[in-house]
Design a protein around this ligand. Structure first.
Ligand code: CO
Length: 525
């Protein structure tokens, strides 16, 4: 055979293998979309009696997906594709697909099916027990379940493998590549800023003094009576202004606000309403819109591969936080939206000046409940949970010690102590669901958001004055071009260095807080 023909044949074979691989991969993603749709439907539309059957359907499809993924057929194809990649025969995007799929495949293969089933069974029981323990305020009901969950998660870490800490093996599910030791270092820097900064906000003598018209920012001036339909109108208007594409997404009501997607052109978010507190829904809508813009910004042509998937939970949360906090709680944003808010709700906003409104919206007060926390105190709630769960997984503390340690850390970091476990160690759903390693991604998101935002401002002078004119496209496009369109091509760490020139650090976030809250609280240096 002439050499040209042989080369052509080899090239064709190479393309065949890769195509066969992505065809099978696409099937997996189709199943993932169906599962996401079922989950959305469960949370948005589920009639009470349907829940049990739905659970069975989801378990069946999840099993199907798992078996297809770790099948011999897929494993063989993946091996060939990895070989092509190692031999330099794939382009860089194809290699990134091979790398990401291999990573997930290796993890899934290492977990014995027995373990997966045992954990699913245990967490489903533990959820019910946690609900009851929280309602009746009795940690001891939940304790034996928590002990078993932690045993299983430690076993999971052993199966998956790790270098330094078993916690790394769990963290990796949510924040690929992140290491407990690095997070520990960054969180310590953050904590060393936050604890004294919070004390300063609470005790600065200027705050108490009757300065010229200066009052303490009080969130309660923002309470009122806000009919749900008018809140809905406002939420949709803001979502649209920020760039949420209603032809590629929906907003519905659910008990817990969340964002999910079946495809970059079908992204769903949810919200919930409180008729007394408008911002309960509005700020969470802005948050979820941030998540949705990430999903809608993923490259649709790569659907069915990791190149149309988000990098990590931390990077995802950076997208929601940047819109919610850096944009949605800023003065420029409200310069634009405040007249509309006053028109829609003359009570109470007709009487409140813009500056007082903005200060009230950003008031800082330590709270017992994480989800009610403000920008300054929020991350202390996360650091507390990260420290405790890391120590649990590393075997340094026992679950029985949790209530006591929780109270001590609350006192040290936030200066308040929960009287009950309901307001303390029992408040979050995560541990009952076996989600160890999830909490730190919230704070990583806050840190990434500040670091990215600083870079965006640097390359777009006048960004904030655009916000005050209701123009958000430039910022949205910056996020899209720098973050969204890459899918999983870069790791979180690589992306951060590429955009900001530096690895993740707490500095950008602490600078942002120091500057913003020094103004709001008129702090002296
Ligand atoms: Co979020």
């Amino acid at each position: 055979m002439p050499q040209v023909k042989v080369i052509a044949k080899i090239r064709r074979r190479r393309i065949d293998i890769y195509n066969e691989f992505t065809t099978l991969l696409l099937e997996l993603y189709q199943l993932k979309s169906v599962l996401a749709l079922l989950d959305w439907d469960t949370q948005v539309n589920m009639p009470e009696k349907g829940a049990q059957r739905r659970g069975e359907t989801v378990a069946y499809l999840a099993g199907l997906l798992h078996n297809k993924f770790i099948s011999r057929e897929f494993g063989k194809l993946l091996k060939s594709v990895k070989k092509l990649s190692q031999e330099g025969k794939l382009d860089e995007k194809q290699s990134a697909v091979a790398r990401e799929v291999s990573r997930e495949f290796a993890r899934e293969k290492k977990l014995p099916e027995k373990h997966v089933r045992e954990l699913a069974q245990l967490t489903s029981e533990a959820h019910q027990v946690w609900v009851r323990a929280r309602r009746e305020n009795k940690f001891r009901f939940f304790l034996p379940y928590l002990e078993r969950i932690i045993d299983l998660k430690r076993r999971e870490a052993e199966c998956v493998g790790y270098r330094q800490s078993p916690y790394d093996a769990l963290l990796d599910t949510y924040e690929p590549g992140a290491k407990a030791a690095e997070i520990d270092k960054i969180f310590t820097d953050l904590k060393e800023f936050l604890v004294p900064f919070l004390k300063k906000i609470q005790s600065d003598p200027l705050r108490e003094a009757s300065q010229i018209g200066l009052k303490k920012p009080k969130i309660r001036i923002l309470r009122g009576n806000f009919p749900i339909d008018k809140q809905q109108e406002l939420g949709r208007m803001v979502a649209e202004a920020l760039g949420f594409d209603f032809t590629a997404g929906r907003i519905d009501q659910a008990v817990h606000p969340f964002a999910t997607n079946f495809h970059p052109e079908d992204v769903r978010i949810t919200t919930r309403f409180d008729t007394r507190d408008l911002f309960y829904s509005l700020m969470s809508t802005i948050h979820e819109v941030g998540h949705a813009l990430y999903e809608q910004g993923l490259p649709v042509e790569n659907f069915g591969t990791p190149l149309a998937e988000s990098i990590s939970l931390g990077i995802h949360e950076s997208q929601s936080r940047v819109w919610e906090n850096q944009v949605g709680r800023s003065l420029p944003f409200w310069k634009y939206f405040y007249p509309t808010l006053r028109r829609k709700f003359p009570q109470p906003f007709g009487k409140i000046k813009l500056e007082d409104f903005h200060r009230a919206l950003n008031s800082v007060r330590p709270s017992l409940i994480r989800t009610e926390a403000d920008e300054v105190t929020y991350n202390l709630h996360i650091i507390l949970r990260f420290e405790l769960e890391k120590a649990l997984i590393e075997g340094e503390i026992t679950p029985a010690e949790l209530p006591k340690l929780w109270k001590k850390k609350m006192k040290d970091y936030l200066g308040i102590v929960p009287k009950t476990d309901r307001e303390g160690v029992l408040q979050d759903i995560h541990w009952s669901a076996g989600l160890f390693g999830y909490f730190p991604t919230y704070t990583l998101g806050n840190l990434y958001s500040a670091q990215f935002y600083a870079a965006a401002k640097l390359s777009n002078p006048g960004l904030e004055s655009q916000f005050s004119r209701g123009k958000f496209a430039k910022f949205r496009n910056w996020l899209k071009l720098n973050i969204h369109i890459h899918g999983k091509f870069y790791s979180a760490d690589q992306l951060c260095k590429k955009i900001t020139g530096k690895p993740l650090s707490a500095k950008y976030f602490t600078d942002y807080l120091a500057s913003k809250y020094s103004q709001i609280y008129k702090l002296s240096d």
